[in-house]
Design a protein around this ligand. Structure first.
Ligand code: SAH
Length: 240
């Protein structure tokens, strides 16, 4: 019998990442933006989750493992899941270089939530929601995976003219930071929408911060007064 939740995968979206997988750890090309924001977002998760050391963490839509590895380096016990075969193969191969121990698996968030409900201290789901047909379903799965009192983090791209300009026109067409077609504007998620999905899933929204890019200095920083393009959200499952 097919599991209907299997359907929350857009094969065209996953195919984009399959095609680019060999570039995942190349810090100067297609995945440069993820490498550049990685220290900022890893610190954010570490601080807001009161330290990742010895925490049981699941990284949803882990891709080639940029965030998964950074969290493992901080002492977390990390599992990474993704629906892309090639990104997962790259992630596994990279462990030989990094000497880290991360358990990668090809499975959907919904399916693993069914299998491992309430087992994780921290759930991360970064830069993934804008690639799935039903983000609310993934958010619900994240809520199911985390323990009572545990932390769930999301990041995605806002939907407004400025986000369109920066994330699509700027990043894909002018700066060539991302391959053309990486993002679909209609799938971008406004903070109020993400807030609603989180609340409907039963998560408490704790904090939100923007990740802003300065094209002159080519650097990113966290800025909780500007969630107009890329932003991170910290939520928590109520204590039992
Ligand atoms: N979270 C990682 C990678 C982001 S790229 C990071 O921020 O560094 C988006 C990833 O989501 C890709 O690896 C893609 O294969 C994955 N993805 C897309 N749809 C998915 C789905 N339905 N289930 C699981 N992973 C998915």
């Amino acid at each position: 019998m097919t599991n209907p939740q299997q359907n929350n995968v857009d094969l065209n979206e996953v195919a984009k990442f399959e095609a680019l997988a060999s570039k995942w750890w190349d810090t100067e090309n297609e995945f440069k933006p993820l490498h550049d924001i990685n220290p900022l977002r890893t610190n954010y998760v570490d601080e807001r989750a009161a330290g990742l050391n010895n925490k049981k963490v699941i990284d949803i839509g882990c891709g080639g493992g940029i965030l998964s590895e950074a969290m493992a380096k901080l002492g977390a016990n990390v599992k990474g899941i993704d629906m892309g075969e090639a990104p997962l193969a790259v992630a596994k191969l990279h462990l030989e270089e990094s000497k880290l121990d991360i358990d990668y698996e090809k499975i959907t968030a919904e399916e693993i939530a069914h299998r491992e409900a309430g087992q994780y201290d921290v759930v991360t789901c970064l830069e993934m929601l804008e690639h799935v047909p039903d983000p609310a379903s993934v958010i619900k799965a994240c809520m199911t995976l985390v323990k009572p009192g545990g932390h769930v983090f999301f990041s995605t791209i806002n939907r407004n003219p400025k986000a369109y300009l920066f994330a699509i026109i700027g990043a894909e067409y002018i700066l060539n930071m991302l391959p053309k077609g990486t993002h679909d504007y209609a799938k971008f998620i406004q903070p109020a929408e993400l807030n609603n999905y989180a609340r409907l899933a039963g998560l408490e929204v704790q904090h939100m911060t923007g990740m802003t890019y300065n094209p002159l200095t080519k650097t990113y920083k966290l800025n909780d007064k500007d969630v107009s393009v890329n932003y991170l959200m910290h939520t928590q499952k109520p204590k039992a």
